[in-house]
Design a protein around this ligand. Structure first.
Ligand code: SF4
Length: 288
């Protein structure tokens, strides 16, 4: 069985930077409480690593970020790599809390482009995932931003403005985006489009599209990670027979390896390198 590690895969610059900032905050403030508002990056192993350093992740699917903040009266709040709404930032400041912003520069770049287009009088169609923190931060900017996750959302959309701008969450699938652009152009032909899939996301997706004769693709990552889920979708769309999302090597079912000539391993942008290595090592061990 041939074992191929897909390159590039794993950590992106935004994730590396967010983890570095969180650890630096801990080191610089040994006596203060340090919190992350949401998962710093979407991988539970990273949250556990931070927890071991005394950095508390505030994450509860039943509570909004504002409600989570209501419970904090002192310490430092770290904003996650996905970006944060101005409203939440203002609330942190009003409470007298300090903050560290770990938003990825690519996320901020997209937000700034959207703000410019709003100033120019555009309504914005934003292709993103519902309830994802990056999308939530963006749609909080203005009521003139319309979140579209799929074609159904587009059918329901009614925009009363000649100036329409289309852009996207940084971690979407470039193939899905291409399809959506076509549909938006059918409905609103004069739409101005700016593709904003980040380099890390597109290069990891393109690397899957270049794979040949791969029978089985493991995508190592967390189910909450949008870019990880998109790698699964791209693998399936590329026609790979079996594409499996695993959190770590323990999720590998040996039966899936039977009759496999070529197994490929990729990973989301928030997956720690140690988890990818463990998967490769496990497969090599099984291959003896
Ligand atoms: S996936 Fe892209 S946008 Fe997200 S943190 Fe990484 S580089 Fe930034």
């Amino acid at each position: 069985m041939e074992i191929v590690k897909v390159i590039p895969s794993g950590y992106c610059k935004g994730v590396v930077n967010a983890i570095r900032l969180a650890k630096q905050t801990r080191t610089d403030n040994p006596d203060e409480k340090v919190y992350v508002l949401g998962m710093l990056v979407h991988n539970s192993y990273v949250s556990e690593e931070l927890s071991a350093l005394g950095i508390v992740t505030l994450d509860d699917s039943l509570k909004s970020k504002e409600e989570l903040l209501d419970e904090i009266d002192e310490g430092i709040i770290i904003f996650t790599a996905h970006g944060i709404s101005q409203k939440i930032k203002d609330k942190v400041i009003a409470k007298g809390l300090k903050y560290v912003d770990a938003s990825c520069v690519d996320v901020l770049k997209t937000q700034n482009i959207i703000k410019e287009k709003l100033k120019e009088g555009y309504d914005v169609i934003y292709f993103g995932k519902k309830k994802h923190p990056e999308a939530e931060a963006v749609i909080s900017i203005s009521d003139h931003i319309h979140l579209v996750t799929n074609e159904e959302d587009l059918k329901d959309l009614e925009i009363d403005n000649d100036k329409i701008f289309l852009t996207n969450q940084t971690t979407m699938s470039y193939l899905e985006l291409k399809d959506l652009i076509e549909k938006v152009k059918e409905k609103y032909p004069d739409t101005v489009v700016q593709k904003e899939i980040c380099n890390a996301t597109s290069s990891r997706q393109e690397a899957i599209y270049k794979l040949e004769n791969c029978d089985l693709l493991y995508v190592v990552g967390d189910v909450k990670s949008n870019n990880t889920n998109k790698l699964v979708e791209v693998g399936k769309r590329h026609g790979i027979k079996k594409v499996l999302l695993i959190q770590n090597y323990k999720d590998i079912n040996d039966e899936d390896l039977i009759g496999t000539d070529k197994v490929c391993v990729t990973a989301g942008a928030s997956t720690p390198p140690s988890l990818i290595k463990e998967v490769i090592d496990y497969l090599k061990e099984k291959n003896i």
